[in-house]
Write a protein that binds this ligand. Structure first.
Ligand SMILES: C[S@@+](CC[C@H](N)C(=O)[O-])C[C@H]1O[C@@H](n2cnc3c(N)ncnc32)[C@H](O)[C@@H]1O
Length: 265
């Protein structure tokens, strides 16, 4: 019998807490970098997408914000109220420190497993955003998209940048090898750490990730009455996973961006 959502997310979040100090030491220069008024960590197409929806003075929530530098990038574009939510307390603490270093201690951060988020933020935001490396941690994608949608005002916009689902077929570090089915349903279970910057392995807590197909993502949005406004597949590395594929002759898409509006038919 399959395990509960809670079973998977609580264990995976412990693995994220464990990774936080490793990421912090790899990214030690960030405290200085974020102080630059022009600091912008967004990948180029996601940056254009954010600009298209004119964030100036708008309220923005980032779901699974990690150390908050993508939200901080949006704040520096002139966004109004900004809230970052993440289930790793250690990453939320880093996000608070980086926002302070950037001179933006008005950015709010909230620590919660996204599936346990209280109702207080419902219907509060013009824009909800998710940047690369989040959907795969969600055991129940339809419920997750419903939670993202619930944070939006009617007519609000959900922006997602993600690894392309086809990458679930590839083995990290061995781009010539297709070693899995695109239609795999069972979770990936790993315990060699979550260092996706240097890809150094360490003996870590077990984490669980879930292969969602393109149809799974689009259906989760349809089921939550989200109207697709934009989709773009990206030929370049957006999340350090199988980045070498960018330079192969028969290159698959590496990333995908979406924009949806809440309140569709
Ligand atoms: C790859 S990182 C996202 C990085 C993102 N691109 C950024 O830097 O803004 C994934 C994040 O999702 C968070 N996360 C994973 N599962 C979660 C859950 N169930 N609830 C809340 N946050 C979760 C992790 O703690 C981690 O910070």
């Amino acid at each position: 019998m399959s395990k509960s959502t809670d079973f998977y997310t609580k264990r995976t979040l412990e693995a994220w807490d464990e990774a936080a100090p490793i990421h912090a030491s790899i990214n030690a220069a960030l405290h200085e970098k974020v102080a630059d008024p022009n600091f912008n960590n967004l990948n180029r197409d996601f940056d254009s997408l954010v600009n298209r929806f004119e964030v100036s003075n708008k309220s923005v929530v980032q779901v699974c914000c990690n150390n908050g530098i993508d939200l901080l990038s949006v704040k520096k574009k002139g966004a109004g109220r900004c809230l970052g939510i993440d289930g790793s307390k250690a990453f939320v603490d880093q996000a608070i420190g980086l926002a302070q270093a950037a001179g933006h201690d008005d950015i709010e951060f909230f620590h919660s497993d996204i599936y346990d988020l209280p109702d207080v933020f419902q219907g509060s935001f013009d824009i909800a955003m998710i940047t690369v490396g989040v959907l795969g941690w969600m055991p129940d994608l339809t419920r997750f998209m419903g939670i993202c949608s619930s944070l939006l005002k009617d007519g609000g916009i959900l922006l997602i940048e993600e690894l392309h689902p086809i990458l679930n077929m590839y083995e990290e570090g061995n781009p010539s090898n297709i070693d899995g089915s695109y239609f795999r349903k069972e979770p990936f279970i790993e315990s060699d750490g979550l260092d996706y910057f240097s890809y150094k392995k360490y003996d870590g807590k077990e984490n669980y990730s879930f292969p969602h197909s393109m149809a799974d993502i689009l259906t989760a949005a349809i089921d939550n009455r989200l109207q697709l406004l934009h989709i773009k597949e990206l030929a370049y590395n957006v999340g350090n996973f199988c980045a070498d594929l960018e330079h192969t002759e028969n290159n698959p898409p590496l990333g995908v961006n979406f924009a949806w509006r809440k309140g569709a038919v």
